[in-house]
Design a binder for this molecule. Structure first.
Ligand SMILES: Cc1cc2nc3c(=O)[nH]c(=O)nc-3n(C[C@H](O)[C@H](O)[C@H](O)COP(=O)(O)OP(=O)(O)OC[C@H]3O[C@@H](n4cnc5c(N)ncnc54)[C@H](O)[C@@H]3O)c2cc1C
Length: 379
């Protein structure tokens, strides 16, 4: 059988696309035993599916292209789509402002299962290569599947344990596409020896503001045994390109306010005592009454407001929520997602060089891309 459309990857973008294609023979090819494995673990198993406010400023990538994509299928339209399918996500701003969470990730997977019953699914089927000769021949670990059009929706490199592979980039390169350098993003930072004291604070969190590359993020920083993590760090990792970031451990506060009175330094600040003890050791100040601090020591302490930190690296793809970089979007038709190098070959989803911040922006983006692509394929 020759399929009209073969979709590689039954993840977020592939499932949305498959659910929308009408009156065509479609197959979904998925390496995992089950569909939507990344959806399953997303948002702590409650799938942070979109955000109250979504704009191109929440993404890295070609701004004009991003705006076009979001215009085609906005956050409101995604919520309407979900409501029609009896899913009613609710805003939970605890982690990131404006984030919509579902009741459970499984309900999203179940929705896509019932919307794709018309689609032939090849599960536990890993795509190894694709060749073209009048039609596409998709070589898998089990068989060869023939199709007139192929949509690559196989995601990026993060979380190999959930099925991620480099196949989108391998195929893109095979057909002459350029790949913008990829790196793990929405991921924790490892530290250099100046910050080894972070490791002694594993499990402690602090509300901080981070400034990086003209962006600033407010939220929780979590100290970890490898370095640091937490929402504010994950967001910073998206914009980090080697070099320093600035942490304000006392956001919206003036340091002078805490330098009065007779309390010990470790308890004078609205920060965990364990944090203050390690911090004081790192800047070589003994824990004593605030009133005994010298002018020089007070100056040293003021770095709590602008702590410069050069991460050693990141926790890597195995812990990263997304892959930054990807297939160059200048070589993709912005109306259809068709490759400008190979007719009838399409790329959607995280494999493209568009990456969103933490807070539901990545699902919104890949769903919007799938809708835009489906609207064209249904024409
Ligand atoms: C732990 C975690 C939590 C996350 N939480 C959120 C969240 O709450 N909100 C949010 O917006 N984003 C979240 N993300 C990011 C989001 O999951 C991705 O951006 C999104 O799933 C990308 O969609 P996609 O369709 O491009 O790729 P995916 O959803 O990754 O789907 C790609 C599919 O292709 C399959 N595949 C790969 N290679 C092959 C091959 N060779 N042959 C066959 N199949 C293959 C994979 O198994 C996978 O099923 C999270 C990511 C992770 C890792």
């Amino acid at each position: 059988m020759v399929f009209d459309i073969a979709i590689v990857g039954a993840g977020a973008s592939g499932l949305m696309l498959a659910s929308l294609i009408k009156n065509k023979s479609v197959c979904l090819i998925e390496a995992n035993e089950k569909i939507g494995q990344k959806i399953k673990v997303s948002g702590g198993a409650k799938c942070n599916i979109t955000n109250e406010k979504v704009s191109s400023s929440n993404y890295l990538g070609d701004k004009e292209f991003i705006e076009d994509i979001l215009k085609e299928f906005s956050n409101k339209e995604l919520l309407n789509f979900l409501n029609k399918n009896r899913l009613f996500p609710k805003v939970n701003p605890k982690i990131v402002k404006g984030t919509y969470f579902c009741q459970s990730s499984q309900e999203v997977i179940d929705m896509f299962s019932s919307l794709t019953t018309h689609v032939k699914k090849y599960l536990k089927t890993k795509v190894l290569d694709i060749s073209f000769e009048k039609n596409f021949f998709i070589k898998t670990n089990k068989n060869i599947i023939e199709a007139k059009k192929v949509v690559i929706a196989s995601g990026g490199l993060s979380f190999e344990s959930l099925g991620a592979s480099s196949i989108a980039f391998d195929i893109a390169q095979k057909f002459g596409h350029n790949i913008i350098k990829t790196s793990p993003a929405l991921v924790g930072f490892t530290v250099q020896k100046e910050q080894f004291w972070f490791k002694n604070l594993s499990g402690i969190s602090a509300k901080v503001e981070i400034k990086i590359d003209k962006k600033s993020f407010y939220g929780s920083l979590l100290f970890a045994h490898k370095g640091c993590s937490g929402p504010v760090i994950l967001n910073s990792s998206l914009y980090w390109q080697k070099g320093k970031i600035l942490i304000d451990f006392l956001p919206n506060e003036k340091i002078e306010k805490f330098l009065k009175g007779n309390k010990k330094i470790s308890t004078a600040f609205p920060l965990a005592k364990r944090f203050m003890t390690e911090f004081l050791k790192s800047i070589d100040i003994e824990d004593k009454a605030v009133s005994q601090l010298t002018k020089e020591e007070k100056n040293k302490l003021s770095i709590l407001k602008n702590y410069e930190f050069c991460p050693a690296g990141t926790f890597g793809y195995s812990k990263a929520e997304v892959t930054k970089g990807g297939i160059c979007t200048q070589e993709i038709n912005h109306k259809t997602f068709e490759s400008l190098k190979q007719k009838n070959l399409y790329f959607i989803g995280e494999c493209l060089d568009i990456t969103g911040e933490l807070g539901g922006y990545n699902f919104q983006m890949v769903f919007s891309q799938a809708v835009k692509c489906a609207n064209f394929l249904n024409e």
